[in-house]
Design a protein around this ligand. Structure first.
Ligand SMILES: [Zn+2]
Length: 131
């Protein structure tokens, strides 16, 4: 799937949470608490779930409805992040930036390239020191 296809899938999906017999009570409860939290706040949250209650299954549910109100992308104000869209959130000092998935892909690609450069420089420095 391309990023656009994933974004479209997440935006169009209507997850069956309440009353889904394949989910455990702690998963359903945490999902509703997450939704309630992000409807009232844009602050980070920590979810605790007992071991063995399928934490991975809960994580798979979390991208749904994480953006509750319309926002503009911090990288390009013409990009609108709509209700229900998944977005990348980067906190720097006291500010918080939201990026649409298109910009997130570019930011992550650039970060990956910079990381590769840093690793290469680090290896060269190490080789020069030890060689
Ligand atoms: Zn954007």
């Amino acid at each position: 799937m391309t990023n656009e296809e994933i974004r479209r899938f997440i935006n169009n999906a209507r997850p069956h949470i309440q009353g889904n017999p394949n989910l455990r009570d702690p998963q359903v409860e945490r999902w509703f608490r997450k939704r309630q939290h992000f409807r009232n706040s844009s602050e980070h949250a920590i979810l605790q779930i007992p071991v063995g209650c399928n934490e991975t299954g809960l994580m798979a549910l979390l991208p749904f409805e994480t953006v509750q109100r319309r926002r503009h992308c911090s990288r390009n104000q013409k990009h609108v992040i709509c209700h229900g869209d998944k977005c990348l959130v980067i906190k720097e000092n006291m500010s918080k930036n939201n990026y649409c998935m298109k910009c997130a892909a570019l930011i992550l690609q650039k970060a990956r390239e910079e990381l590769v450069c840093l690793i290469t420089e680090s290896k060269e420095d190490n080789d020069a020191t030890t060689g």
